[in-house]
Write a new protein. Sequence first.
Length: 340
Amino acid sequence: MKKKRVSITDIAKALNVTPSTVSRALNNGGKVSEKKKQQILALAKELGYRPNPIARSLVENKTQTIGLIIPEFTHHFYSRVLAGIESVTSKAGYQLLICTSNEKKKQEIKSFQTLLDARVDGILATICKKNDEFDHLQEVLDSGTPLVLMDRICEEIETSYVISDDFVGAFQAVDFLIQTGCTQIIHIKGPKVLSTSFNRFMGYKEALKKHLIAFNEDLVFEGNDPELAEKISACLKSNAVDGIFAYSDYLAFEAFKVLKNEGISIPDQVSIVGYADEPISSYVTPQLSSVNQKPFEMGAIAAGLLLNQIQDPETPLEFKSLKTELVLRASTKTFKEIPV
């Protein structure tokens, strides 16, 4: 049989005092003698009293919980974002309620509603890639619940953002490929609706422009194309491709497989750079050069912004863009390896 939870009323009856007296003693309030306070605290400890968080949240209009919505757990990127968030929220005494959208719009909408129903004090979220309507995000703001978006931008929603500088990250990656001798560089794009896809594509084009290399749309492919491998293979046969820049490390791995099947040496014939610096970048052979987005820092900064808004609703909205880092490994040539 389930043991009955000890309440303030139980303690009050045992000591012949009012429940309000017990409440003041437990919460270090005034108008309770030190002797009576110690009696109440001692009995509460003896009976195993624990505060009711739901009752307290109704009184204080705070639940000490923060909602988090991310597309998935399987990507190392999001697990590092989560670690960054927890490093801040746990110290501040907040618990996380975590939902995943699995990159599906309906599931994302349901997750937001679930968190609002749970009366969370604020929400951190990365919008899914299959989202083109954002009424559910506006509903969060209209409810007065603080919201901070991470990694992906939604121009329709006026709130705080923490992102990585994808334009500069992509520019630096492609600029490096060009400086190490590449001139015909394939770009494998990300999902069309995402700001990250657009910014990385623009960074790719800007690097070509800097070096006076004409943009060739025949070298650009959609990452979600089911015939991606076949199209890359055909491109390699009809163009003097010597470099590949992919939207993600996973798309770079797809290019890896095509090059291996075609007997093309990496990086002697074709250099490859991915994005996000996932663990897979160290597992493939040769190891993959990639762009690190600083996900731990992203999560920690986003959590800090949200806590500031929870504590002071008048806190100005902020837009934080984190510097990326190009991590060089064996899938790209070094400057010393450039043919003279």
